[in-house]
Design a protein around this ligand. Structure first.
Ligand code: ADE
Ligand code: ZN
Length: 330
């Protein structure tokens, strides 16, 4: 199964590039930029990655990205993950990034964008790996700030595949961002949002109704509402489920209790992603392997999940056909 899952042309729809920052690179960038870290060693950093909820994780996530200061830091961050993912058989990644988390530290948007865009180009040219870009907004920050950042990003609108909504979900309902998402829609930008990770099932409905999103990131708590499940099935809205993330953040106690098999049994359009691989115990191959072990899935299940992801990925039609052909040939 390991070799099959490695060779499967995997498509990752839900990845925060800042969450791919491995402690080894964090230390290297800290040294390069003359920044003190709260950890003495790589192992000490890894030992700190134990979370009891999303909020605890977010504190370390924002702290970790403090080493990202210059264009080459963003380039190195992205290339480090792209190479690792390609080595695990990943062929396409739709990558979230959090501009506000950098702007508030005094890192200009041009620095972030030029580093990430260069990495995207080099990945396509040298790794046979395509990248989609999702500019994500922090839902625990004011809605006006998000709108301002979207306007500030005007030179980059054409290069974005979508906008997203992430960070602390509880008490930050999708409706808070109605103006932002309306503006993005007016600009012709696709919209996605985290919903139903720690927040209630009704946030999924809100994201669909009020923000008019095309995808739901996570969405696992949809099972708390028959009505929401029926809608997701009827409309075949893709869910970007992140199994190891859900275990790390205690959305579920352990993987065997994860609702993934139930979501599939309900006929939902499920996909698998890694979310923040440096913090949650591994990338796409680890997530796939862990599911194979916990759920005893056969190859056909993984083919279906990959088919779903290829269907939804932000790729050209030619690339989609190419990826479908690769999957069919496996
Ligand atoms: N799992 C997650 N949920 C919400 N926001 C995030 N930002 C990075 N990872 C996240
Ligand atoms: Zn996420």
């Amino acid at each position: 199964m390991h070799d099959f899952l490695r060779d499967l042309p995997k498509v990752e729809l839900h990845l925060h590039i800042e969450g791919s920052l491995e402690p080894e690179l964090m230390f290297a960038l800290a040294q390069r930029n003359g920044i003190d870290l709260p950890y003495a060693t790589v192992q000490e950093a890894k030992n700190a990655y134990l979370f009891s909820n999303l909020q605890e994780f977010l504190a370390l996530y924002f702290q970790g990205m403090n080493v990202l200061r210059k264009e080459e830091d963003f380039y190195d961050l992205a290339m480090d993950y792209f190479k690792r993912a390609r080595g695990e058989g990943v062929v396409h990644i739709d990558m979230h990034f959090d501009p506000q988390a950098h702007l508030q530290r005094g890192v200009p948007l041009d620095v972030v964008m030029s580093g990430l865009l260069k990495a995207k180009q080099v990945a396509a040219e040298t790794l046979d790996l395509t990248i989609g870009l999702i500019m994500a907004f922090l839902r625990d920050r004011p809605a006006e700030e998000a709108l301002h950042v979207l306007e500030q990003a005007a030179p980059y609108w054409k290069m974005l595949d979508a906008i997203g909504l992430d960070s602390a979900e509880q008490n930050n309902p999708p409706a808070k961002f109605v103006d932002l998402f309306n503006r993005a829609k007016q600009l012709g930008l696709v919209r996605v949002a985290h919903a139903g990770e720690e927040g209630p099932a009704e946030y999924i409905n809100e994201a669909l109704d009020i923000l008019d999103v095309q995808r739901i990131d996570h969405g696992v708590r949809c099972l708390e509402s028959d009505e929401v499940v029926a809608r997701l099935r009827r409309e075949q809205i893709v869910l970007t489920v992140c199994p190891l993330s859900n275990v790390s953040l205690k959305v579920v106690e352990n993987l065997r209790d994860h609702p993934l098999p139930k979501l599939l049994a309900e006929g939902l359009k499920v996909t698998i992603s890694s979310d923040d691989p440096a913090y949650f115990g591994g990338g796409m191959l680890s997530n796939h392997m862990a599911c194979a072990e916990a759920f005893g899935w056969d190859k056909s299940v993984f083919r279906q999940l990959t088919f779903n992801a290829i269907d939804e990925a932000f790729v050209t039609n030619d690339r989609r056909e190419e990826l479908r052909a690769r999957l069919a040939a496996l």
